[in-house]
Design a binder for this molecule. Structure first.
Ligand SMILES: Nc1ncnc2c1ncn2[C@@H]1O[C@H](COP(=O)(O)OP(=O)(O)O)[C@@H](O)[C@H]1O
Ligand SMILES: [Mg+2]
Length: 486
């Protein structure tokens, strides 16, 4: 089932600041456009060809916007569509400190400051509470990618990191070894989010890393088993919502990094630039090969960016003049994302095992219904199971009597008997055909109509016989004449 073609939606969220650069960043009245002005660098002389003005048009500018309104604008529709089978991905992109984690997870101190993840979890469980004709199950995983290493933030064992691998399969991409946890309510899911956040901090200390150097993917897996049947199969919808807090996009290579930091910088720059390459490739309708496998991040996101799901980007920017270069680069990334067209598809399967179980249940219900109906009309002797040998023999005998004229009617009690009667008639007709043929063959030589050679030979024999008869007749007539003459 194909939905209408859609574009990736991209928003910009500005982190509140007391030093907002009003002369540098200007918002359009439509709340969608944002212009950047950079003053010419006097030191570079009179001739300065560097571009100074940029205009960007996105799907919305979130400036001084509450967490609640941000969620409504960015995530609400995507989450409700995930409940109908469409995969969804929300990504926060931007330099460290611009508000990615605040947008995605939120601040824990105050309830109203909670971010997209806890609100999405709440929306999903509220929908479950309201659904009457489906059975919905929710599972959760929390993956971190640090320096091209996969790390399970909800792992129950200590050293399974080495066994984790990204696997491509016909249903999409999954991470082998990543723990996926069933959750029965909102609290369960939030506990896991909290556990993941805590593990993120612990891992940070043990690896001597910084959370802004890693990508974090919180995934909500939704399975909806509908009681509504399509062609007697049970519809099963499987969708997932990826909520991604990307590593800081600042160009770390520019700062004089050394050792571990330099290694991290190289990995982040590489994975984000691969992400950018994928975005550019996806936006080009002529491109056939998209190099998803270039980095762990893009590989994991293969079926989450690849055009078959709803995708939303939030570019988090800082409002200070100091950060204008990073702001420009984030806005460019967001604009590129908007070029991608997607064609989201519903992830629906039909569960045969479940179908068999449901059909069995329905058959037993129908049998009970029939028994009740029969007892109401005093048809208490009727059975609906397959006919026994004795019953089949009885039907056979009745048909023979009917054909011989001994009885005028055949007893019909249920549908199986009707079918058996026709079956027996068919058998009798076949049998009689056989008998007639045998009888004819015992008396006559039967030649196949299409066996031309045998027909020709027979005709020849016949012609020969006729000739003999004629000459015999002639002989007989001439002998008669001779007799008269004598
Ligand atoms: N829109 C916002 N409103 C209020 N505080 C914010 C907002 N965005 C970010 N912050 C605060 O700014 C700081 C840095 O934000 P954070 O989300 O950690 O950035 P990032 O994850 O991009 O590095 C945090 O203390 C966060 O609470
Ligand atoms: Mg962060």
């Amino acid at each position: 089932m194909h939905a209408a073609e859609k574009k990736v939606r991209a928003f910009v969220r500005v982190k509140p600041t007391a030093h907002f650069a009003q002369d540098v960043i200007k918002f359009g009245p439509d709340n969608k456009s944002i212009d950047i002005y950079i003053k010419k660098d006097a030191k570079k002389g009179v001739v300065n060809n560097k571009q100074t003005d940029w205009s960007f048009k996105l799907d919305g500018v979130l400036h001084n916007t509450s967490q609640e309104l941000t969620y409504e604008t960015v995530a609400k529709k995507l989450v409700s569509e995930a409940l109908t089978g469409y995969n969804g991905t929300i990504m926060c992109y931007g330099q460290t400190g611009a508000g990615k984690t605040y947008t995605m997870t939120g601040a824990t101190a105050e309830y109203k400051h909670r971010g997209i993840i806890p609100r999405a979890v709440q929306q999903v469980f509220r929908a479950i509470a309201c659904s009457v004709d489906s059975f919905i199950t929710v599972r959760i995983s929390y993956l971190e990618i640090y320096n091209e290493t996969l790390c399970d933030l909800l792992s129950t064992t200590t050293s399974n990191d080495m066994q984790m691998a990204i696997v491509d399969c016909p249903q999409g991409v999954y991470v082998k070894g990543l723990s996926i946890h069933s959750v029965s309510d909102e609290e369960d899911a939030l506990n896991l989010l909290f556990e993941g956040e805590t593990n993120r901090v612990i891992a940070e200390h043990s690896l001597n890393k910084n959370s802004s150097r890693s990508h974090c993917i919180f995934t909500i897996y939704i399975e909806v088993r509908s009681r509504v049947r399509v062609l007697s199969d049970i519809r099963c919808i499987n969708s997932k919502i990826n909520l991604i807090d990307l590593a800081g996009s600042e160009r770390l290579s520019k700062t004089r990094s050394e050792g571990r930091v330099l290694k991290e910088a190289a990995y982040i720059n590489k994975s984000l630039s691969f992400l950018e390459q994928i975005i550019i490739a996806l936006a080009d309708p002529k491109r056939e090969h998209i190099p998803f496998r270039q980095s762990k991040l893009t590989h994991v996101l293969k079926d989450s960016l690849g055009g078959k799901c709803n995708t939303v980007l939030v570019a988090n920017i800082c409002g200070e003049a100091l950060h204008v270069e990073e702001t420009l680069s984030s806005l460019r990334f967001a604009t590129r994302m908007k070029w991608i067209t997607t064609e989201p598809v519903v992830n629906v399967t039909y569960d045969s095992e479940e179908t068999v179980k449901t059909l069995e249940k329905e058959i037993s219900l129908l049998k009970q219904e029939l028994a009740m109906h029969d007892s109401l009309v005093n048809r208490s002797l009727v059975t609906y199971g397959p006919l026994t040998d004795v019953q089949v023999a009885e039907i056979k005998s009745q048909i023979h009597k009917y054909l011989q004229g001994a009885i005028d009617e055949i007893d019909i009690m249920n549908f199986r008997q009707v079918q058996e009667v026709f079956k027996q008639f068919k058998l009798i007709v076949r049998q009689q055909e056989g008998e007639v043929e045998t009888r004819l063959r015992s008396k006559y030589i039967l030649i196949d109509k299409n066996d031309f050679a045998t027909i020709a030979a027979a005709q020849k024999v016949m012609a020969g016989k006729q000739k003999n008869t004629r000459s015999l007749k002639g002989l007989f007539k001439s002998s008669l004449r001779t007799d008269f003459n004598t």
